[in-house]
Ligand binder design. Structure first.
Ligand code: MG
Length: 332
């Protein structure tokens, strides 16, 4: 590792993993942490516990703002473990001079999203720092959820599972990039930022046999699939043309040379579901707003263990690697 922290150390990809394992895991090493799930499963498997900090710039963007993001981010990590989000903390670091009216807008967004999850904020902290010590506002939320279905884990994926996504990918990353660059995009491009618990609940209520779920945040779908291939010691083979990408996101990717699979999402998740339940899961997901493109994108095999293979429509294939470098700091 480098002697100083680089922006790439926060990319949700390779360098981020290196920082986590060589500094934090090394010091904090324990069985729960080493499972590397979206949320820690504690208290005899009954509770899920997760934390996340939000530094997105700009604070307000098409489709959401830092407040909605701060509630969705933590609640989604709980939902990905089959848990119902229940109690959150809200901790803010505010820069001197920040407009109260903007703070109220952010908190109002948080309130709406808490209601979607039927969760409440039960503890918090407020710090104000001198101008220039922080850029406008940073928010941390920590959440506790009640596990509705035990045993969901990204360490247990097998060849009996197929790989799904709940909607088109890359919208959050593309939206933040367009906003940051001052690009005038069509009004159809907006962040996918959304609470995933309602979708998870519908799947659980229908008795869908879910092996694993993970929201494809920093590092995008590429990072999730690579983490899963390593954690479960499997090969994931994905059909490129099956991965849903909107025309707006495709446009940004073509213009700037990005891969949609490496772009961040905030309301898009990858699922590993037992093969016999896959079609039913797709149908349930497609009933949700923005999820009409929910689909199966890949299979689990033993071909190249710990690797993700991307197969093109022309019969060629290549490895899909964990993203490296830093595409876009302060995405979430
Ligand atoms: Mg997550």
């Amino acid at each position: 590792m480098n002697k100083t922290i680089t922006l790439a150390n926060g990319n949700g990809g390779e360098e981020n993993n290196e920082l986590i394992s060589q500094v934090f895991y090394k010091a904090f090493k324990n069985e729960i942490l080493e499972k590397s799930e979206d949320a820690a499963i504690i208290h005899n498997g009954e509770l899920a516990f997760s934390t996340d900090s939000f530094t997105v710039s700009p604070l307000f963007f098409a489709g959401a703002d830092i407040g909605k993001l701060a509630v969705c981010g933590t609640c989604n990590d709980l939902a990905m473990m089959g848990a119902k989000p229940k109690y959150l903390t809200c901790s803010v670091i505010i820069e001197e001079g920040f407009e109260v009216v903007e703070l109220e807008r952010i908190v109002a967004s948080m309130k709406i999203e808490l209601e979607v999850n039927a969760a409440i904020v039960v503890s918090g902290d407020t710090k104000v720092v001198p101008k220039g010590s922080v850029d406008k506002i940073f928010i941390n939320t920590t959440g506790i959820g009640e596990v509705l279905k035990k045993g969901i884990s990204s360490n247990n994926i097998t060849e009996e599972d197929v790989i799904l996504v709940n909607r088109d990918i890359g919208a959050h990353g593309a939206t933040i990039f367009a906003a940051r660059e001052g690009m005038e995009m069509s009004s159809a491009l907006k962040s996918d930022c959304n609470s995933l618990f309602p979708q998870v609940k519908a799947l659980l209520d229908a008795g869908i046999n879910i092996t694993a779920m993970r929201d494809a945040t920093r590092g995008g779908v590429s990072a999730v699939l690579n983490e899963w291939a390593k954690q479960s010691n499997i090969c994931i083979e994905v059909e490129e043309e099956k991965i849903p990408v909107s025309d707006e996101v495709k446009g940004i990717c073509e213009m700037l040379g990005f891969e949609a699979t490496a772009l961040a999402n905030e309301g898009t998740f990858v699922l590993a579901v037992k093969r016999e339940d896959a079609q039913r899961a797709v149908e349930i997901l497609q009933n949700f707003e923005f999820c009409s493109s929910a689909t199966v994108i890949g299979q689990v095999t033993q071909t190249h263990l710990k690797k993700v293979v991307l197969k093109s429509a022309w019969g060629t294939s290549r490895f899909l690697e964990t993203p490296t470098g830093e595409l876009l700091p302060r995405i979430c």
